[in-house]
Design a protein around this ligand. Structure first.
Ligand SMILES: Nc1ncnc2c1ncn2[C@@H]1O[C@H](COP(=O)(O)OP(=O)(O)O[C@H]2O[C@H](CO)[C@@H](O)[C@H](O)[C@H]2O)[C@@H](O)[C@H]1O
Length: 808
């Protein structure tokens, strides 16, 4: 029995030759006087000897070692009144570390203390720097706001840089959210970096990498173990924790030291609790490295909802404590990311040598066929350059190659083989990012790693992960999750397309799908669904629909066969980008920000500004109906067209914004010229107008034939705009029908994608708008009060990531 007094301690349970059981390690920290306990899971101790040791990192400078040997399940070590004892067959062998070990550990501890002193010194220096900058920051923020208000540049996303403390962005355009994030970084970060988010990260990591290693050394862990122990914490978190300022309340949360030190550092007089401490990760012990791979990512590239999700979900995952990266193609020269200097070559558009050999071994004819294919489509070594930026807690990595250039307005454009070539290169380059691209000085590595691929464009990633790496004993701990945003697009082609994706012959079956009409074809989504460790879709309603022959678009059987790994999670929204209170698009041209408290004045002002901007009669008492979206069959814009004679017969105004099918674009233009006093059809992609219409309109129409989730109805509700939707997919999940008796619900729904159904629902909606003002206000308030943020969804995603991680 060893007395510990009342000092902080770390209890570490290990088994066999591993000094640390990374996945099943049980750690206990706290004060021995409390009844702290550590329970090792049965897999830790069943049938094997366990060693338990205490590491003390406190002022008393006492180290106590103690061994427990147990062949039984449920080993427990219980601390009571400053002493520890083994239970259930545990044998408290007493202190068994020799003097030498004690001396070595004492040395390490001394090293740690020196590091901590150095670190605290840095914190003091940086804090002083921050306070000296505070005044100038405030001024510069004001400047930036006024600059943005007068901004009349054509790109709605860009406003001139404040040229403020984020000196990195000085003298060049930077999106408003980036300016904000840089400012937030400057004020939030305990170290008070003045160099903008990316430099801040670099600064943190530059020193933290060293410190991490030293900390790991000091407690006898390998570097990998240390990184994995710290889970996916950012370098700054590791730093803070190693400096003892991390107030750990969750017993599952692990850090290399595990010691809670006094928050007031006597030597330097720094009260760390007053600083901007990062709270413990919400993900607890589940923190991991997450890489979201998508063909588009807002605000850099966006054709629709996928861009929004790729821009927002990662931030929510990062807020939970995960180390998160987004990988997207670099379609043009973006302002924020910098060249990492990393260059790699990947083969595209043909067979790899290994594949030729396999083919030649199996069949002479196949060899000949491959040979001809390779003659027709020469194998090319394409060099990619990796760019990187760190914004809002997320690493954004952009893959550069001339194949991607100038495609930001035409991401899925070009002929089938061109798109395929882009996606092959993108997926090949993305899957190796965790090996090659240092983010904040440290690569993600492939342990504790989950990729999140999105739609067919990146559905090759799970396949490459398996075929190139896991089948060959590499990336053994990396997993993949595939998210279905829209099953209608699948990456289909003739079977011969298989020879462009560089996979061994025996992978062909994954891609081959029989179409009742077209016969056998090549299908990328099918292969991704079969290969991914988990599959998610973006609402519960759509998850159900995908399993039906009507909703699965030919993939329902595969989805049903993989039911066990399939799940619906309703999208969230970026409540910073899409929030009437902070929306930067509402700060000029007569628009105004508003909240629930100022809804009664703010929204009418936005409405008047919208009418003014679009040249519609400025009238407060006329409801504005809006449609925003891609002009295609999915979105049901033709149902609005069918209902237009009835619509224009009402005292309403109609505003439609969209791009897509040329015939539907023409239709918008025609409506505008035909009903010029009531209808506006804006053909084009304008983020600014999407925000302004959402704020100024009273009613949003979403007659989608199918809608996996739908984001516009969520944005509408946040802005007090009432949705009228076809109850399908995610629209059914998110828009609850208004009940006038209970005064509940968020809008109107109709059950079939037919024009008369739309008219019925819209008629009821307009009746309420004109005659039941209180009910209308109730609808607005309920909609605005919902928590539609990504935080809930991120938690659900985390469950999926964990399930994937532990799947073998
Ligand atoms: N002309 C235009 N100008 C400016 N902005 C425009 C625009 N047209 C569309 N947008 C914007 O693009 C986004 C569209 O999001 P949606 O979720 O409605 O659609 P999408 O069908 O692309 O996404 C797919 O993926 C998402 C994400 O999972 C699912 O919600 C959805 O159901 C599924 O079809 C919104 O941010 C909208 O404002």
């Amino acid at each position: 029995m060893a007395s510990l007094g009342s000092l902080p301690f770390l209890l570490e349970v290990s088994r066999g030759s591993n000094s640390v059981l990374l996945q099943n390690r049980a750690v206990c920290r706290g004060w021995p006087s409390a009844a702290a306990f550590c329970r090792a899971s049965s897999t830790d101790v069943d049938g094997g000897a366990c060693k338990v040791r205490f590491l003390r990192v406190g002022k008393g400078e006492i180290l106590v070692g103690l061994s427990l040997v147990s062949g039984k399940k449920g080993l427990r070590a219980i601390g009571k009144g400053g002493s520890f004892e083994g239970e259930e067959g545990g044998d408290d062998g007493g202190i068994n570390d020799g003097d030498n070990a004690l001396q070595a550990t004492a040395d390490k501890r001394e090293k740690l203390r020196a590091m901590r002193r150095k670190l605290l010194q840095k914190i003091v220096e940086r804090r002083n720097l921050v306070s000296s900058l505070t005044n100038s920051e405030v001024k510069e923020e004001e400047n930036m706001v006024s600059y943005t208000m007068s901004d009349k540049t054509s790109n709605p996303n860009l406003s001139p840089s404040s040229g403020g403390p984020a000196g990195r962005y000085k003298d060049r355009p930077v999106s408003d959210s980036f300016s904000q994030s840089n400012e937030a970084m400057i004020s939030d970060t305990p170290s008070g970096s003045v160099n903008g988010s990316f430099l801040n990260k670099e600064m943190e990591s530059g020193s933290s990498t060293r410190v991490e290693q030293e900390v790991a050394d000091a407690v006898g862990l390998t570097r990998e173990a240390s990184l994995e122990t710290a889970g996916s914490k950012t370098a700054s978190q590791v730093l803070l924790e190693s400096s003892g300022t991390y107030d750990v309340k969750d017993v599952n949360l692990e850090d290399p030291l595990g010691a809670k030190l006094d928050s007031t550092d006597v030597e330097h007089g720094v009260n760390l609790e007053e600083g901007n401490m990062e709270p413990p990760p919400l993900a607890g012990a589940n923190v991991m490295n997450v890489i979201v791979v998508a063909a588009e990512c807002a605000p850099w590239s966006k054709t629709g909802g996928l861009g929004d999700v790729a821009g927002a979900l990662p931030k929510a995952l990062a807020r939970r404590g995960h180390r998160v990266m987004v990988v997207a193609p670099r379609y043009r020269n973006y302002a924020e990311p910098h060249d990492t200097g990393v260059r790699k070559c990947y083969k595209v558009n043909g067979q790899v040598c290994g594949c030729y050999i396999i083919c030649s071994l199996t069949s002479r004819t196949r060899y000949m066929f491959n040979f001809i294919v390779s003659m027709l489509f020469a194998v090319q070594d394409m060099e990619v350059i990796y760019f990187q930026a760190y914004i809002d807690g997320v690493d954004f990595v952009f893959i550069d190659n001339s194949l991607f250039h100038h495609h930001e307005n035409n991401i899925y454009g070009g002929d089938r083989l061109e798109i395929l070539k882009r996606m092959v290169l993108f997926c090949k380059a993305a899957v190796e990012v965790p090996w090659h691209v240092p983010c904040g000085g440290v690569c993600y590595g492939d342990g504790n790693l989950v990729f999140i691929a999105n739609d067919w464009h990146t559905a090759l990633l799970p396949v490459y992960l398996k075929a190139y790496y896991r089948d060959n004993g590499l990336m053994k701990f990396a997993r993949s999750v595939l998210v279905i945003h829209n099953i209608a697009h699948q990456g289909r082609g003739p079977v011969g397309d298989f020879f462009h994706i560089d996979l061994p012959d025996y992978y062909m079956d994954l891609f081959k799908l029989h179409d009742p009409i077209g016969g056998d074809h090549f299908n990328i989504f099918a292969a991704g669904l079969k290969t991914a460790d988990r599959v998610v879709t973006v609402s519960h309603g759509y998850a159900w629909e995908l399993k039906t022959s009507e909703g699965g678009w030919g993939l329902h059987e595969i989805i049903n066969q993989n039911h066990w790994k399939f799940q619906g999670i309703v999208n969230g929204i970026d409540t910073k980008e899409w929030n009437p209170e902070f929306d930067v698009q509402l700060r000029s041209d007569g628009y105004t920000n508003y909240s629930l408290a100022t809804l009664q004045t703010g929204k009418p002002q936005c409405k008047a500004a919208l009418q003014q901007e679009l040249g519609l009669p400025v009238r407060d008492n006329v409801p504005i109906l809006a449609f925003i979206g891609r002009l295609d069959h999915q979105k049901g814009v033709d149902l609005i067209a069918e209902a237009i004679p009835w619509i224009v017969g009402q005292d309403v105004q109609l505003v439609m914004l969209g791009t897509g099918r040329p015939d539907l674009e023409d239709m918008l233009r025609r409506f505008e010229s035909q009903y010029h006093d009531k209808v506006r059809g804006w053909v084009g992609f304008s983020v600014k107008m999407a925000h302004r219409i959402t704020a100024g309109a009273d009613i949003l129409l979403m007659p989608s034939r199918f809608e996996p989730c739908g984001l516009n109805q969520l944005y509408a509700m946040m802005y007090g705009t009432i949705p009228v939707v076809h109850a399908v997919g995610g629209l059914r999940d998110t828009v609850i029908q208004f009940d006038p008796y209970k005064e509940s619900g968020y809008g109107w729904t109709f059950d079939r994608a037919e024009a008369h159904k739309l008219k019925d629902a819209l008629g009821n909606c307009l009746n309420t708008y004109w005659n039941y003002k209180e009910s209308w206000r109730g609808l607005q308030i309920r909609g605005m009060m919902q928590d539609l943020s990504w935080d809930n969804a991120a938690q659900r995603y985390e469950e999926v990531l964990v399930a994937a991680k532990y799947q073998w």
